[in-house]
Structure formats: structure tokens, C-alpha cells
Design a protein around this ligand. Structure first.
Ligand code: PDD
Length: 304
């Protein structure tokens, strides 16, 4: 089946799908994106993702290209035309195409692109069953990691380093030796006394939609939670570690820089949270309460 992309109001075959050479996404990484999971043909947490998209755009002073409801229709139609039942849909919005100049152009229409692809869920389940490795890398990103920017070069470099080390993810470490997040995921540990720890929201991390959902599920289970930064040493001493993201759901990390975490196997709590998250995903829309995903820390925490 030939794939179809949505580009600026039209559904076009992949071979014909293109944006302008002077698109500011291409020239300046002047744009934002979202990745949304598709489960049994349904979008998972679409309202949270579209809310975060709107926030990212507002932070860059790019107007919403259309209403959230209209964007939802585009995403659903992209999934439908590509016959994706389980997979991912990517939405990218840039400031648009304009004569190359650093400052914003006046009156340029944003560029909107959506693509969808199926994902082999068996492979993800196999990874989750045995757990995956992570390495650490210095966090060399910019100061607004709360914006889901298409400027992903440092994330790509970190992920490539992980791949070359035979690892699944790279955990990024700030100048104080504390883990910010994964190159494309949020980072979590479970301490020896069973406290779930993940970094609090600030400009140093992306407020993951999966992170919000897992925090809420953990709260409902009555688990002890601390939203704070943790060091690499603390992670190595932890009982468990895992990452959360749209693409990984809840993925146990069993080693960091080649050293085992806990007993070197997937943790109990990570397994439990993954099961709860899967149930949450498949129950999506069927009486499941929606909550507003908090992406932004309170103002006093933002500068951290
Ligand atoms: N990445 N942190 C970073 C830096 C990310 O890129 C992502 C997601 C997350 C997790 O966010 P969420 O739970 O909303 O997916 C955290 C996506 C999946 C990607 O770029 O492919």
C-alpha cells in the first residue's frame, strides 16, 4: 500500500510530498512537533498532545494553523488513509516558508505536515519483557527543552551514541550531575525504599504526556512519588529504572553505562506501571476520565 502524507491542506502520495526549500523548519528548525500513539485505530491522549502543541507554538509565537478539532480530523484522516491500527502519527508545524532572514517574516502561513506509520508492537513487548540498556551523555541542549522543537540534533547525536554502545536510550546529564531526561523520553527511578522519582517540570525537560499519565496512574495506586532531580549515582543505586514516552510507553532500563540497575532485570513496579498504562491506552475513550496534562512547572520553577 502506498503511503500518504498530509501537507498544507492536501493528502499526497509520499513521492510527491514536499515542503518549500525556504521552509523555516528546514533552515532554522523554526517549528514544533507532536508524536501521538495510535492504539486499535484510536489516538492516545490526543487532547494532551494538541494542548502541548498549542503551548509550544505559542512559546515560539507561531499561530495555531487551525483549531484543535480541525487538527484532530487531519490526524485521524492521515491514520485512516495509511491504514494504521497500531502505530504513530507525527504532526509538524513550522513558521512557514519565507525569504531567508533570521527574524520572523511578516504574514507567513505555517507549514503543516502529518505522517503516520504502523509499529511492530511485538518488538516493543519483547524489549519490555527483558528490559533495555541506557548510557549517559552530557545534556548539551538549549535552555527551552519544555518546547517540543524540531531542533533535534543533540537528541539525534545522543541516540546515535546509545545505538553505537548497543543501548536503547541515552540519559542526558546536566552540569550538576543530575539526569534531566532521555534523548526522547522521560527518566524515572524507583529508590531502594520504593519511592518513584522523576524530574519535576521545568524548562530543562519536556513535559511528557506519558509522564503525566503514568504519574496519575501511580497516584491512583497510592505509590509514593517524588518529582525531583536525581543523580547518576542515585540511579545506579536504585532498585529500578525506566523511561516513559509515546513510542516506548513504560520501558524498563536494566543497565546504565554497562552497570546493572537493581538485580539487572526489569523491575516489578515498571512492569506494573506498563500494564496499567496499556490498560489505560486500550480503554481510551471508554469512560476513562480525561485530565489536563500539566506541561509547565509553576513560574517559580521555570528558570531552574
Ligand atoms: N519523544 N522527553 C523528550 C526529550 C522527548 O523527545 C519525548 C518524546 C519525551 C516523552 O514525551 P511523551 O510522553 O509526550 O512522548 C520526553 C517523542 C516520542 C519523539 O520525539 O519521538
Amino acid at each position: 500500500m502506498s503511503r500518504v502524507a498530509y501537507v498544507n491542506g492536501r493528502y499526497v502520495p509520499y513521492a510527491k510530498a514536499a515542503v518549500h526549500v525556504e521552509d523555516r523548519g528546514f533552515q532554522f528548525a523554526d517549528g514544533v512537533y507532536e508524536v501521538i500513539a495510535v492504539n486499535q485505530g484510536r489516538l492516545v491522549d490526543s487532547s494532551g498532545h494538541l494542548q502541548r502543541l498549542e503551548r509550544s507554538l505559542a512559546e515560539l509565537r507561531i499561530g495555531m494553523p487551525m483549531t484543535r478539532a480541525a487538527l484532530l480530523v487531519v490526524l485521524q484522516e492521515t491514520i485512516r488513509r495509511n491504514r494504521v491500527r497500531n502505530g504513530l502519527v507525527y504532526l509538524q508545524v513550522t513558521r512557514g516558508a519565507a525569504r531567508r532572514e533570521f527574524a520572523f517574516p511578516a504574514d507567513t502561513a505555517p507549514t503543516v505536515v502529518a505522517i503516520a506509520r504502523a509499529v511492530d508492537m511485538g518488538k516493543a513487548a519483547a524489549n519490555a519483557a527483558k528490559g533495555v540498556a541506557a548510557i549517559t551523555r552530557p545534556d548539551i541542549r538549549w535552555g527551552r527543552c519544555d518546547i517540543k522543537s524540531v531542533g533535534l540534533l543533540s537528541a539525534a547525536l545522543a541516540k546515535q551514541a546509545a545505538k553505537e554502545a548497543g543501548a536503547y536510550e541515552a540519559w542526558l546529564v546536566d552540569r550538576d550531575g543530575k539526569v534531566t531526561e532521555g534523548s526522547s523520553s522521560n527518566a524515572w527511578i524507583v529508590t531502594r525504599d520504593n519511592v518513584l522519582v522523576t524530574r519535576g517540570l521545568s524548562r530543562a525537560i519536556l513535559g511528557g504526556i506519558t509522564r503525566s499519565a503514568v504519574l496519575e496512574l501511580a497516584r491512583r495506586e497510592g505509590l509514593r512519588i517524588e518529582e525531583r532531580a536525581f543523580t547518576v549515582a542515585e540511579a545506579l543505586d536504585a532498585r529500578e529504572a525506566f523511561v516513559t514516552s509515546t513510542t516506548s510507553f513504560v520501558m524498563p532500563i536494566v543497565s546504565l553505562d554497562g552497570k546493572p540497575i537493581g538485580n539487572g532485570g526489569p523491575g516489578l513496579l515498571a512492569g506494573k506501571l506498563r500494564a496499567l498504562y496499556e490498560a489505560y491506552m486500550t480503554g481510551h475513550g471508554a469512560g476513562r476520565p480525561e485530565w489536563e496534562a500539566p506541561f509547565l512547572a509553576p513560574p517559580e520553577a521555570q528558570a531552574r
